[in-house]
Design a protein around this ligand. Structure first.
Ligand SMILES: C[C@H](O)[C@@H](O)[C@@H](O)[C@H](O)C(=O)O
Ligand SMILES: [Mg+2]
Length: 450
């Protein structure tokens, strides 16, 4: 095991950062019609200097509440040494999710779990910096026993045990370096949702299809679920633009009940859709299973996960054949540690992970996780791709980059790619940031609506 430099954590700071994306309908879907892409941004400072940055993705007004939750949890982190965390990371993760008073408002779900994700993500950024490697590489080069010790296996040992997880990782070690070389040369395939936000006009969609086709993309996702006739028209419009050889997915963001999902998707079947994403409530495991069963004959898979609240729910979705594409989200469930367990279960149960990204910082973070999966877990990119949304990347010090073949370029900077530029904070911290003050003064936003 690598002997890390031990640092003393002095402070954990949480900030509310929001971008006015609703003004351009960026990110809009059937349920989130006016999203302002936001995040709770966590900074973990150490006495010796290195700093960890982490975040969880939120939408506007929801940010205040997650901010309070991070502040309630920070006492469990401040004053600790990094060794006391990383040398027993799984145990520490359990402590962070088990505070005997805070867990009552979870447990392991909702606002408190989003707050855990922001803190945990900052701790991984810090760990990458201590070892001077990007997080994907930190994970890929970690001894299987050390990696597995970061995971809390409570509630999932009926599907995977620590021993099986170690064996799975050991098995892939011999050929891992070839895959690292492949990643460094080619990156990891992406698909885009940027063409199909629900609030975009047909002209915008047409222009964006052209733009992303020219950029090398071969898979495209569109929002559906508000109006069937308009969905049919837009599917046709997109197929006309992207042709039939490219992949096409649709996303309903939980708007339907089970029978409606099945009927609606039967009406869209002629568009040769790879998946329907979040057709119904993110908690309805058996409902998803029913939809998956009904759509199998049309080769439409069910994708879900961006709002799946923890590893236990993922476990049930997988056990019940309720999803074909598992969409882990880097800022949900309890951050990296818990997400690792989902990848291991998915591999054991033969389910493809195609992560959710976009939002704020999700592309930056999740590329690391999917690259680790390729190096150490599934060892394949077959049928897998990472979402890419072209929002807010310019706000990051180490933004996610897409190459000319529409692949994520493998990150090289130490850490988790989570640091925001100081200007981003100065402009968009809510409500004091200079951009927010300007928008209030110009009447673009009303403070009382927030
Ligand atoms: C509000 C957000 O933009 C969502 O619509 C988005 O994350 C979406 O579900 C996606 O899959 O990209
Ligand atoms: Mg989605």
């Amino acid at each position: 095991m690598v002997q890390d430099r031990c640092l003393k954590i002095t402070t954990v700071t949480a900030r509310d950062i929001r971008w006015p994306t609703s003004l351009g309908a960026h990110g809009s879907d059937a349920m989130h019609t006016d999203p302002d892409y936001s995040c709770v941004y966590v900074t973990i400072a150490t006495a010796e200097g290195p700093v960890g940055y982490g975040m969880t993705f939120t939408l506007g007004r929801g940010t205040d509440i997650v901010l309070l939750a991070v502040r309630a949890l920070k006492r469990l982190v401040e004053g600790r040494t990094t060794a006391s965390i990383y040398e027993r990371f799984g145990q520490f993760w359990r402590e962070l999710t088990s505070d005997s008073q805070l867990r009552w408002i979870g447990p392991e779900k909702g606002v408190t779990h989003l707050a855990v994700a922001a803190i945990i993500n900052a701790l991984w950024d810090l760990w990458g910096k201590i070892r001077n490697v990007p997080v994907w590489q930190l994970l890929a080069e970690m001894e299987p026993t050390e990696l597995v010790s970061a995971i809390d296996f409570r509630y999932i040992e009926d599907v995977i045990t620590p021993k099986e997880a170690i064996a799975m990782l050991e098995q892939n070690k011999a050929t891992r370096n070839e895959r690292i070389q492949h990643l460094l040369k080619h990156g990891y395939p992406a698909y885009t949702t940027q063409i199909g936000w629900l609030g975009y006009s047909d002209d915008t969609i047409r222009a964006l299809c052209k733009k992303y086709l020219a950029a090398g993309f071969k898979a495209f996702k569109m929002k559906v679920g508000q109006d069937l006739e308009s969905d049919i028209k837009r599917c046709q419009l997109i197929r006309d633009e992207i042709g039939w050889e490219n992949q096409f997915m649709v996303d309903a963001n939980q708007t339907w009940d089970v029978p409606t999902a099945i009927d609606w998707m039967k009406r869209l079947k002629e568009f040769k859709l790879l998946w329907i994403e979040e057709p119904t409530s993110p908690d309805d495991v058996l409902g998803h299973a029913k939809i998956a069963e009904a759509l199998r004959e049309y080769s439409i898979g069910v994708a879900t996960g961006e709002m799946c609240c923890n590893r236990v729910m993922f476990k049930q979705f997988m056990q019940a054949n309720a999803l074909e594409f598992c969409q882990i989200d880097s800022a949900r469930i309890g951050g990296v540690n818990e997400i690792l367990s989902v990848y291991l279960m998915a591999n054991k149960l033969n389910i493809k992970v195609c992560p959710h990204a976009g939002g704020v910082g999700l592309c930056e973070m999740v590329q690391h996780l999917q690259m680790w999966d390729f190096c150490s877990v599934s060892s394949t990119m077959e049928g897998r791709m990472v979402e890419f949304v072209d929002q807010q990347h310019d706000q990051f010090v180490y933004p996610a980059i897409i190459n000319e073949k529409a692949c994520y370029v493998t990150p090289k900077a130490p850490g988790y790619s989570t640091e925001l530029k100081s200007d981003a904070i100065a402009h968009f911290e809510y409500p004091q940031g200079s951009e927010w003050q300007r928008m209030f003064a110009e009447g673009l936003f009303k403070p009382e609506n927030y």
